[in-house]
Design a protein. Structure first.
Length: 208
């Protein structure tokens, strides 16, 4: 009996928090110059070792993933493979695009772009694995045998279809930030998926 009461109290508290979050929590939404909704702003980073923050992390609720955006596109990365001929499991450098951020530090799985072709990948669990890959695409985008002898810190990724994106690439610049004072995150006048995801983030402690 006492256990059921505790469960009811927990559920009630969760619903109260959910209502509070969707009705009063503030967010910064990101749009491109054509008013295309990209997602919720999370953080800014630098990709060149300077204090200039030229990369932003955006969470897209429809995808349930983060995007690292630089200029008009998703950040491009070199893809490594655990088999010959650029086949098998795919990986990116786990430290991401420089000292500004790492994929293991990201709140959510991260979508990145292959630097050599119009392919996109998403990190599987943001964990770092130390391995010696077998192949990679060189700077001329030719598949080559990896000749290094030291292990690399890599994050495993899987390919994601560009057709699944709820936006069109490349983004039209400049990107715009819109402050949402209430629970309506995407400004459509309704409390929907984006707002529910936001509320769950707040109540679970991911955001405050």
């Amino acid at each position: 009996m006492q256990q059921k009461l505790v469960i009811k109290i927990f559920v009630l508290a969760f619903l109260v928090c959910l209502f509070w979050a969707t009705s009063g929590f503030s967010e910064i939404s990101v749009y491109d110059a054509n008013d295309q909704y990209i997602g919720v702003y999370l953080a800014s980073f630098n990709s060149n070792g300077t204090f200039t923050k030229n990369v932003i992390e955006v969470f897209n609720p429809s995808l349930g993933n983060s995007l690292f955006i630089q200029k008009e596109n998703i950040v491009e990365e070199e893809i490594f493979f655990d088999s010959n001929g650029c086949t098998g499991k795919a990986y990116v450098i786990g430290s991401g695009f420089g000292s500004g951020a790492t994929y293991c530090d990201a709140m959510f799985a991260v979508i990145i772009k292959d630097k050599c072709q119009d392919k996109y990948y998403v990190t599987i669990n943001n964990d770092i694995t130390s391995i010696i890959p077998n192949s990679r695409a060189d700077w001329e985008c030719q598949c080559q045998q990896y000749t290094g002898t030291s292990e690399l810190s890599l994050s495993e990724v899987s390919e994601i279809s560009k057709a699944s994106f709820p936006f069109t690439l490349p983004f039209a610049l400049p990107l715009k930030l819109q402050y949402s004072a209430g629970g309506d995150i995407n400004g459509d006048g309704n409390i929907g998926l984006e707002e529910a995801v936001n509320a769950l983030q707040v109540t679970s402690g991911i955001k405050n």
